[in-house]
Write a protein that binds this ligand. Structure first.
Ligand code: URA
Length: 444
């Protein structure tokens, strides 16, 4: 936004005696539906990051943004202010830096596959990931199921690993977009997480701080994700893509189906086990296809001289010939992990169908809560989790189920936690409700 156009508005925001903006006036402007100037956004974000603007004023602004929304220019200004609140990673020489970001889905382990796949082709992948949020598991939690795996690398270590291995998956450092970390914690407790401008600035500030050339977004919809409808996912994908492009990152997005878990395995160690299968040319088709597609779209967006079919074939070859697995193993070693295939999943129990019917729907929120109930996810931020519980889902949507068929296997030592999980899983099943139509795995 051009600041000169907003001189009148900025005057209203200023304490003219002390030449300072007044937070309450900035908040009131947004509350009343006025656009925020770049200066006002910078003032609020800088003040909030340094502690001069207290949580209650930032919460009020977040709520005003939640109800009033933001123009594209405001979202870009907010994103840039959050990037400027901290460091950005140094580019690593002339290597092309890329990443994939997913909005989170039940059983989604594609990050573990895509980072090494892209590194096999010479891209540098500084994948800064998060912990579990709601029912969706976090990539860091999954990787910590590997004994010794470190997810708190410093910027110097990230840089070194990118040069030596090509990919790194670690937590965002405390110096990258610190405003986002503080604001996210406030949004969480003020019911302002679902605001599209706030989600967009939050995600994109961290991606811009990675100094990327290319980004592919996996924007999920369905009960196993945060966006229940494809139309909501489309709005978010558009906002994220625009801010990426306006920030000089070649950004592309797919809308992907989460009306059922992605693949069979759900839970931390469970998902590493399945990712390792895919990295060795095996594993469920949907996980393999989505991983290859996201990586292929990203490569094609940066370098359209090859056909997308050729790129898909190349990537599939890297899964089948073991190169992607080798790259993943190098990344694990470099981050202190020991890959010995000892994932110590808890005791296997089976949930059986009690009647006949076609599985026409799944409430994936309930399946996700079943994993949380067993200790595989957090009820409160900061809690420790059990990496060794989980579920192997055996019944895809559309399947005809007979009494005695296995719906899923559950990995859980505790009888009582298993009963809690079972009640949620049984309640998630919907049989014979209308005609079943398989949504496509991805849509542009
Ligand atoms: N992930 C983020 O990093 N931020 C959000 O606001 C939502 C999901």
């Amino acid at each position: 936004m051009d600041a000169s156009k907003n001189s009148e508005e900025i005057l209203v925001l200023m304490d003219t005696t002390n030449h300072r903006m007044i937070p309450a006036n900035v908040i009131a402007n947004k509350r009343d539906g006025q656009p925020l100037s770049r200066e006002a956004i910078r003032f609020m974000i800088d003040g909030f990051t340094s502690g001069e603007i207290p949580d209650y004023q930032m919460s009020a602004l977040a709520m005003a943004i939640f109800f009033r929304g933001m123009s594209e220019a405001e979202i870009l200004d907010l994103t840039q202010a959050m990037v400027a609140s901290g460091d950005v990673l140094k580019p690593t020489g002339s290597a092309v830096r890329v990443d994939k970001h997913s909005t989170g889905g039940l059983g989604d382990k594609t990050s573990l596959i895509i980072a090494p796949l892209l590194a096999c082709l010479g891209y540098h992948v500084p994948m800064l990931s998060g912990r579990g949020l709601g029912i969706t598991g976090g990539t860091l939690d999954k990787l910590e199921a590997i004994p010794g795996f470190r997810t708190n690398l410093e910027e110097r270590e990230i840089d070194e690993q990118l040069r030596n291995v090509g990919c790194v998956i670690t937590g965002t450092t405390s110096r990258l977009a610190p405003a986002d970390r503080k604001l996210y914690a406030l949004r969480d407790v003020t019911a302002t997480v679902p605001s599209i401008p706030l989600i967009t600035a939050s995600i994109m500030s961290k991606k811009i701080a990675e100094s990327l050339n290319g980004l592919v977004l996996d924007v999920k919809y369905g009960s196993g994700s945060f966006q229940s409808s494809i139309s909501q996912a489309r709005v978010l994908a558009k906002a994220l893509t625009r801010i990426g492009q306006l920030s000089g990152i070649t950004t592309t997005a797919l809308l992907t189906d989460m009306t059922q878990p992605l693949g069979s395995m759900i839970g931390n160690a469970c998902e590493v086990v399945e990712a390792l299968e895919v990295l060795q040319g095996k594993g469920p088709q949907r996980v393999r296809d989505l991983s290859v597609e996201l990586a292929a779209r990203l490569i094609y967006s940066l370098d359209p001289k090859h056909t997308i079919d050729n790129i898909r074939a190349r990537l599939t070859g890297l899964l089948n010939n073991g190169e992607a697995f080798e790259k993943f193993s190098s990344m694990v070693r470099s981050q202190g992990g020991v890959l010995n295939n000892q994932f110590n999943l808890e005791k296997t129990r089976v949930i059986l169908a009690t009647s006949q019917g076609i599985l026409t729907g799944l409430d994936c929120q309930k399946i996700g809560y079943a994993v949380i109930a067993m200790g595989g996810g957090r009820k409160r931020a900061g809690e420790s989790i059990n990496h060794h519980v989980g579920i192997r889902w055996l019944t895809p949507l559309g399947m005809v189920v007979h009494p005695g068929d296995a719906i899923c296997e559950v990995f859980c030592n505790s009888d009582s936690l298993f009963e809690d999980a079972k009640a949620l899983i049984v309640a998630s099943l919907e049989f014979d409700k209308g005609t079943f139509k398989f949504p496509p795995l991805w849509t542009e």
